[in-house]
Design a protein around this ligand. Structure first.
Ligand code: DX5
Ligand code: ZN
Length: 214
């Protein structure tokens, strides 16, 4: 299992220390949640913060854009150091065009689905994707309760990927802990995002190892 700790639950007054901890841990990626107050009812951080994180982090940045018109920021996101660009299906009218623009810019292309968006919405682009991010909470806030239909949805996505020969990895975000993470592992998840479960634990590095062992 790969693990992508969500920095949203970190101590923003001590970002260098938190990033150093992740650098020294067995985390595979660092998940960054960008919120615009329009697509989701919350605002987090933007390019200057991502750039500062990128300068210090030694792990690839997995950037989850909870914003409208993510296609307007592809070049800038690449320039501040993103490796994976996650755009919401619900935010993209011309999703196919956006996926290709992300790849042309040299990043990995990932599409995120809200809990209410069915997996079949990706049927016609799945072979173009490097990753699909399934939301297991309604996006906008850390620390929410896991929505159980994400387990069944992970299975359905796994089937779609197998049927089409897609190479997309399956990442799940929201309410992930040891219990929900184990069910997701059985259902076929490749990458777990976790914020509060990791950063609110006594030993975040050990919690990352525990999730990786699922
Ligand atoms: C929610 C974000 C998540 C969030 C997860 O909108 O996309 O990445 O940080 O937080 P936890 O793991 O606490 O549910
Ligand atoms: Zn996220």
């Amino acid at each position: 299992m790969l693990v992508s700790p969500s920095l949203l639950a970190a101590d923003f007054g001590n970002l260098d220390r938190e990033i150093d901890m992740l650098n020294q841990s067995n985390a595979d990626l660092i998940h960054l949640d960008v919120m615009d107050g329009v697509f989701v009812p919350n605002i987090s951080f933007g390019f200057p913060v991502i750039e500062a994180i990128s300068k210090r982090a030694t792990k690839p940045l997995d950037v989850h854009l909870m914003i409208v018109h993510p296609e307007n920021y592809i070049g800038r996101l690449r320039d501040v150091g993103a490796t994976i660009m996650n755009v919401h299906q619900e935010a993209c009218i011309h999703l196919d065009r956006t996926i290709h623009a992300i790849k042309d810019a040299g990043m990995k292309a990932a599409v995120t689905l809200n809990p209410s968006t069915p997996v079949m919405m990706l049927e016609d682009v799945i072979t173009e994707l490097d990753m699909v991010l399934l939301m297991s909470v309604n996006p906008g806030f850390g620390g929410q309760k896991f929505i159980n239909n994400a387990i069944e949805k992970t299975r359905r996505l796994k089937e779609l990927i197998a049927r089409t020969g897609s190479k997309a990895q399956i990442e799940i975000d929201g309410g992930v802990n040891d219990v929900t993470g184990r069910s997701l592992a059985h259902a076929g998840a490749d990458i777990l995002v976790a914020g509060s479960y990791i950063f609110n634990s006594q030993d975040p590095s050990a919690t990352i190892d525990l999730l990786k062992s699922l």
